[in-house]
Design a protein around this ligand. Structure first.
Ligand code: M6R
Length: 613
């Protein structure tokens, strides 16, 4: 996950920035850099690899200045080398930018700028930002206005921090969407800016969190906040406790809510360094998979528990449809007692955020003892499931503290999609056009998730309306059937409301008997190949006097005629729709539990890592 740190004051900014970047080190990175204003000149140091490499570089060729910005990077566009590391500098050497997010229209912008004579020094999308700022500044704007104009040209979600030798008394920061936060730390005669609170907490407890579409001009003694349109915004200063756990929670009430909101960023990071949008290719190097090995695979068994198993069910559909490899999903607690049919042409793929779930590890051992190739999709770096696997897809979500998994659910959905495309490519079962199409569909996903998060208020309203219900039925079909299971699991584990996830087509075989006014039905009916079937399920539930909360795609005209309770999601390519449909269901469960005053992050009887059978 990328991290940003900036400083303006009377001290030397270099050690402050390097220390701040170190606080973000646990998130992992592949390159890092910093820029300072040294005697009116911008000086930059950047390097690939760990932060210690940048520290060594700075120690060999020191730079000092009272204003500076730094960045740790996970590559999205362009390989992780020093040239592609942030900060990026413009053609005149007077502007530098660090950035979290993806400039979705960077190819078009790059072409436009190149046609105007701009020379690019890196392969990154971020470099377009600095050239745009430079261009608008040259045409007479202040630094603040140049950044504002630049933002209007960028598609996607961004956290941006800009510094210039032309206006050496300020740093300009902006946030659009949810590609990571921007927080300003207020000091005495000095101020800080970062993507994450831990980076600046040792210096100040007074913090201002930028909302989406806000900008800040940060001076030594003053911070001015405005929206992107230029209207002034009042500073809302929060006093952060020293407790590092509380500090991590930032502006959110619970970790779960924070983690739900982190998904634009975690999904962006999931794509970073693995997807080459220009080549239409996916690379999963840590799977250690040769073309020959990929072609030998006869079957994949996905094994996992709880939420991770629901991700696996979506993965089955993705891998079978895209890579044409048969997939079974085995509940890990059953696997070792099932005499599974496994041989050396089978892959056992374990999904686990903790990487320490006893049942999942036992299933991996069972697979190993029968000669299978072992893969894992794990969040906790260095965990057992990562160590014992032959290949790994590491989730890029950072620590998940809420016991109810949210961002560690949507990341594997994308990981499994990437795996499906990667396998299909290695096994030559898709042509280049299909591959480009599948890869291209990924690009908009973080932004679509951001759109769902922007609708939190509507979900809160729905939660208020249904918080006192005692039972709920979640229905879905096809690729969204596991999302019905997951929605129900989220609700039951944190709100203690009885919720069942069911394949909608099975309703008529029994559960329909349960339906009455006291059993609201959550029906997942996005625009996917099962849409018409779901409409008839909704009609059946209504005919039995049930109340239906439908999840529908923007623009749907049939569903509003059936029910007034609708959770709207933006149109999404159907193979990726579970990533998007998960979001309102996570928010719905969260807000019900929160309205009921429950311990959302540590629900009763549950643990974050289940290390017993
Ligand atoms: O650490 P794991 O992903 O292996 O955990 C598996 C389940 O215990 C976990 O997903 C559980 O269902 C969560 N409480 C879901 O929110």
């Amino acid at each position: 996950m990328c991290g940003i740190v900036g400083y303006i004051g009377e001290k030397d900014s270099t050690p402050i920035i390097l220390n701040g970047l170190k606080r973000l080190e646990y998130r992992g990175y592949d390159s890092a850099g910093l820029a300072v204003l040294d005697n009116g000149q911008i000086e930059i140091r950047r390097d690939a690899g760990k932060l210690s490499q940048l520290e060594a570089l700075v120690s060999d060729t020191p730079i000092h200045g009272k204003i500076g910005i730094g960045h740790t990077r996970w590559a999205t566009h362009g390989e992780p080398n020093a040239r592609n590391a942030h900060p990026h500098i413009g053609s005149t050497g007077e502007f530098v930018v660090v950035h979290n997010g993806i400039v979705e229209n960077f190819l078009a912008l790059r072409e436009e700028l190149s046609a105007e004579g701009t020379e690019f020094k890196s392969e990154t999308d971020t470099e377009t930002i600095v050239h745009l700022v430079e261009k608008f500044f040259a045409s007479g704007s202040s630094l603040e206005d140049a950044v504002r104009k630049t933002l209007k040209h960028l598609k996607g979600a961004h956290g941006i921090v800009v510094m210039s030798s032309r206006e050496p008394d300020k740093i300009v920061a902006a946030r659009v969407g949810n590609a990571g936060g921007v927080v300003i730390g207020l000091g005495e005669g000095e101020n800080f800016v970062a993507s994450d609170l831990p980076a600046i907490l040792e210096h100040t407890r007074r913090a201002v969190f930028l909302e989406s579409h806000q900008m800040a001009v940060i001076g030594r003694d003053r911070v001015k906040l405005s929206d992107i349109a230029g209207n002034p915004v009042t500073l809302h200063v929060q006093n952060i406790a020293w407790d590092p756990v509380a500090a991590e929670k930032g502006a959110y009430r619970h970790f779960m809510q924070k983690e739900i909101h982190e998904q634009v960023r975690s999904l962006t990071d999931t794509l970073a360094g693995r997807v080459d949008f220009d080549e239409g290719r996916v690379m999963l190097n840590d799977l250690n998979l040769s073309t020959e090995k990929a072609r030998k695979i006869k079957k994949i068994i996905i094994t996992a528990c709880g939420t991770a198993a629901h991700a696996g069910m979506v993965g089955k559909i993705l891998i079978e449809r895209i890579a044409r490899v048969p997939v079974e999903v085995a509940i890990a607690s059953e696997f070792r007692y099932a005499e599974p049919l496994v041989d050396e042409d089978t892959v056992v793929l374990a999904i686990s955020q903790s990487g320490e779930t006893a049942d999942t590890l036992a299933a991996m051992e069972e697979g190993r003892s029968r000669g299978a190739l072992l893969w894992s999709n794990v969040n906790a770096i260095g965990s057992q499931a990562m160590r014992i696997a032959d290949g790994c897809i590491a989730m890029q979500v950072g620590p998940e503290i809420g016991v109810a998994s949210t961002k560690a659910f949507t990341a594997p959905l994308l990981d499994l999609y990437l795996l499906a495309v990667y396998l299909a490519d290695l096994r030559r079962v898709i042509d280049p056009d299909q591959r480009f199409g599948l890869v291209n569909d990924l690009m908009g996903i973080p932004a679509l998730v951001g759109t769902c998060l922007d609708r939190e208020e509507a979900v809160l309203g729905m939660a208020r309306r249904f918080k006192n219900t005692r039972h709920m039925l979640y229905l879905g079909r096809g690729i969204n059937m596991p999302i019905a299971y997951e929605g129900a699991l989220k609700l039951k584990e944190i709100s203690y409301i009885h919720a069942e996830g069911y394949p909608a087509g099975e309703m008529k075989h029994g559960p329909i008997a349960l339906i009455d006014k006291a059993m609201p039905v959550v029906a997942l009916a996005p625009d996917d190949p099962w849409y018409d079937k779901m409409i008839s399920q909704i009609e059946q539930a209504l005919a039995r006097g049930g109340e239906v909360i439908a999840l529908a795609t923007d623009g749907d005209e049939r569903i509003p005629e059936l029910t007034e309770h609708i959770l709207w999601v933006p149109a999404t390519p159907w193979l990726l729709s579970p990533v998007v449909t998960s979001i309102p269901l996570q928010l719905f469960a969260y807000h019900i539990a929160s309205l009921l005053g429950l311990d959302v992050d540590q629900p009763r009887n549950l643990a974050k890592s289940v290390t017993v059978e």
